[in-house]
Design a binder for this molecule. Structure first.
Ligand SMILES: [Zn+2]
Length: 102
């Protein structure tokens, strides 16, 4: 027999750190239902690790938004960077000769 809804709510287990990780994007998007949001925030109130993780997540989002405001680098810089990478990716590893027995 299934317990009545109010009892299930009353004895609902607290969210785990894994749950917080799973719901963090929905939380930041303000997309969690009220009861889940309350459980999420109850977990944050007693979990320093998840609170720090949420703060770091918010900081990262702010940095990405800030970076989106920056002008793109000059095309010449992108060309030089790609040429540099291509040259180094195509080059044999520094110890290739030492490993080659021929
Ligand atoms: Zn936690």
């Amino acid at each position: 027999m299934k317990a009545p809804a109010f009892l299930r709510r009353l004895f609902r287990p607290p969210l785990s750190c894994e749950d917080v990780n799973r719901f963090i994007v929905a939380y930041l998007d303000d997309a969690l239902p009220d009861r889940l949001r309350a459980r999420f925030e109850a977990h944050l109130a007693h979990c320093a690790n998840c609170s720090a993780y949420l703060a770091q997540y918010r900081h990262t989002i702010a940095l990405v938004r800030e970076a989106e405001q920056l002008p793109p680098p000059p095309a010449e810089l992108a060309d030089l960077t790609l040429a540099f990478l291509q040259r180094h990716l195509d080059a044999p590893p520094p110890d290739a000769d030492a490993a080659d027995p021929s």
